[in-house]
Design a protein around this ligand. Structure first.
Ligand code: NAP
Length: 324
C-alpha cells in the first residue's frame, strides 16, 4: 500500500542515546508496529527483515547462525523482540524444513546469544500452541498444538526458555493492523469477501479474538521497560483482544463499520477440508499481564479495523476518521 512502507522506513531511524531494541521480522505485520511503538517511546530501534528489507532496515537471514551472531555483536541490543516467523499453517505444512529452521532453530540461536549478552529476549508465540478444546487457557495450562505451525512455535518457546531462562514468551491470537496488502492478515483479507458482489462463504465455527498489532506492540514495550527494574518479569504471558468472533462475524462487523451490505455473506459451520487443522477456541486468559498492570485496553474491533482498512476503500473517505 503506498505510504505505509515509507512510514516504517522513517521510524527505523536510530534514536541515539535511548535504550536499544532489536526487532526481528520488522518488515512484517507485528514487527512494523513494534518498531513504531518503541521508536515513539524514545528507544533506539534496529529492525531486521529478509525478503522485504529496505533502506533503514537490516537484511538478515535468521536461519544463518553466523549472521545472527554478527548482528547481535554489532548492535548490542538491551532488548530483542523476536517477531520473525513463518506463521501460515498451510505454508508450514508444505515447507516444513524451512519453517522449522526459522521458527525453532533461529529462535534457539537468538535465545542462546541473548543469554550470553544479557539482553532481554521477548519471543512472540501463538494461541495455536493449544488444541482449543477447553478454553480459556492460562499461562500454565498444558499446550497441545493441532498443527505443525503450533508445534514449531511451541518448540520455539521451549528453546527460548531452555537457553534463556530470563526470557519472556508472549502468546497472542490472530492479529490485524496496518497492512501493506490485504492478504497480510486473515482479518484484513475479509475485506475482499465483504466487497464481493456475489455470495461468499465464511468460517463460522472457529471462535477467534482478533487483536490489533499496535496493542501487542504496546505490551512488548511495557514488558521491556518493566523488566529493566523487575527481574521477575520472565516466562510466559498471554495477551488478547476481548471480542470473540468467528470469521463470519468479523466480516459482518467490517460491513457494518463501512456501511456496506452483508446479505451475500454465508456462514460455514464446518472446517474446510484440506487445510491444516486449527483450534476451535483457543481463548487466552491474560491474568498474569493484568495482575502486573502490564496489559493495555484492547482497541474496539470496529474502530481498529476501520483504521486498517480505509486505505483500501475506493474513495478514501474514511481517511478523515483516522487519528495518528
Ligand atoms: P509476518 O507478517 O508474516 O512477518 C514475518 C516476518 O518474518 C517478516 O518480517 C519476514 O521478513 C521475516 N522472515 C521470514 N523469513 C525470514 C528469514 N529466513 N530470516 C529473517 N526474517 C525472516 O508475521 P507476523 O504476522 O508479523 O507475525 C509476527 C509473530 O507473531 C510471529 O512470531 C507469529 O508466529 C506470531 N503470531 C502472528 C499471528 C498473526 O495472526 N499474524 C497470530 C499469532 C501469533 P521478509 O518479509 O522481509 O522476508
Amino acid at each position: 500500500m503506498p505510504g505505509l512502507g515509507l512510514r516504517v522506513t522513517q521510524e527505523e531511524e536510530a534514536f541515539p542515546g535511548g535504550p536499544r531494541v532489536l526487532v526481528t521480522g520488522a518488515t512484517g505485520l507485528l514487527g512494523r508496529a513494534v518498531c513504531r511503538e518503541f521508536h515513539i517511546s524514545g528507544w533506539s530501534v534496529v529492525g531486521t527483515g529478509y525478503r522485504r528489507a529496505r533502506p533503514h532496515l537490516l537484511r538478515c537471514d535468521l536461519t544463518d547462525e553466523d549472521a545472527i551472531r554478527g548482528l547481535l555483536h554489532e548492535h548490542q541490543p538491551d532488548v530483542i523482540v523476536h517477531c520473525a516467523a513463518e506463521r501460515r499453517p498451510d505454508v508450514v505444512d508444505r515447507h516444513t524444513e524451512a519453517a522449522v529452521n526459522l521458527n525453532v532453530h533461529a529462535t534457539s540461536t537468538l535465545a542462546k546469544e541473548a543469554a550470553v549478552s544479557g539482553a532481554l529476549f521477548i519471543y512472540i508465540s501463538t494461541d495455536y500452541v493449544f488444541d482449543g478444546r477447553n478454553p480459556p487457557y492460562g499461562e500454565d495450562d498444558s499446550p497441545n498444538p493441532l498443527n505443525l505451525y503450533g508445534r514449531s512455535k511451541l518448540e520455539g518457546e521451549r528453546e527460548t526458555l531452555r537457553h534463556c531462562p530470563g526470557a519472556v514468551v508472549l502468546r497472542v491470537p490472530v492479529l490485524f493492523g496496518e497492512v501493506e496488502s490485504l492478504t497480510e492478515s486473515v482479518v484484513t483479507n475479509l475485506w475482499l469477501k465483504v466487497e464481493a458482489a456475489e455470495g461468499c462463504t465464511l468460517d463460522h465455527c472457529r471462535q477467534r479474538f482478533p487483536t490489533d498489532a499496535r496493542d501487542v506492540a504496546a505490551v512488548c514495550r511495557k514488558l521491556a521497560e518493566r523488566a529493566k527494574e523487575d527481574p521477575s518479569i520472565r516466562g510466559i504471558f498471554h495477551f488478547s483482544g476481548k471480542e470473540q468472533m468467528t470469521n463470519y462475524e468479523m466480516a459482518l462487523a467490517i460491513a457494518h463499520a463501512f456501511n456496506l451490505p452483508s446479505n451475500h455473506l454465508i456462514p460455514l459451520t464446518e472446517q474446510s477440508p484440506g487445510s491444516a487443522l486449527r483450534p476451535v477456541n483457543a481463548q487466552l486468559n491474560c491474568t498474569r499481564l493484568e495482575l502486573l498492570n502490564l496489559s493495555v485496553e484492547p482497541r474496539p474491533f470496529s474502530s481498529a479495523i476501520t483504521d486498517c482498512l480505509w486505505p483500501f476503500t475506493p474513495d478514501k473517505r474514511w481517511r478523515q476518521t483516522v487519528f495518528h
